[in-house]
Design a protein around this ligand. Sequence first.
Ligand code: DC
Length: 208
Amino acid sequence: MRIAIDGPAGAGKGTLAERLARHYGLPFLDTGLLYRAIGRLMVDAGADLDDPAVAGGYAERLQAADLKRGDLRGRAAGDLASRVAVHPPVRAALVDFQRAFAARPGGAVLDGRDIGTVIVPDADVKLFVTASAEVRARRRADELAAGGAAPDYGQILAEIRARDARDSTRTVAPLMPAADAVVLDTSALDRDQVFAAAVAIVDARRPA
Ligand code: DC
């Protein structure tokens, strides 16, 4: 069973994807890590993130060990990822690895922006997990506040909107629901409700 999960930053798709993978005993690939690692490697090297050919070279040389870096989480790496992700040579270099992961016997769960549209268009189940920008900003601000920080809600909301705009308007593999995706709006749901809704969708669609 191949499960494709897409959606904007901060909608809860990563948490959901991991939980679904555990529930169904499937391997899980967080594809955002690929783009995040490329962004970090380029910054380390002082490379130009906005140069498509240079960024594509980093994508071609990406190693499994690069995905284990400790600095891939968080908004800063996410923003670098979103910048390198606009380049067609970067996306092209990552397709085979992601498709091979999806083709594992027994299936897999992948989360990202273009899984249901480009990487695994014949996935058994496609979920598009979303929430309003305001709700996503509020959740992120609350998380940061719980960690002892003094977050600026307005700034977080502006960052989320900017990232949504960049991910949705790029020419190659923009963020959008596949025609046959089930859209799961998590704005008014907590994590357990999102998980329960997703399991119901998967169980209704999984092959007999
Ligand atoms: O899912 P994430 O927040 O880790 O993704 C970070 C950025 O990487 C996201 O803003 C756009 C890019 N990305 C992408 O273009 N395609 C994917 N399949 C996954 C991530």
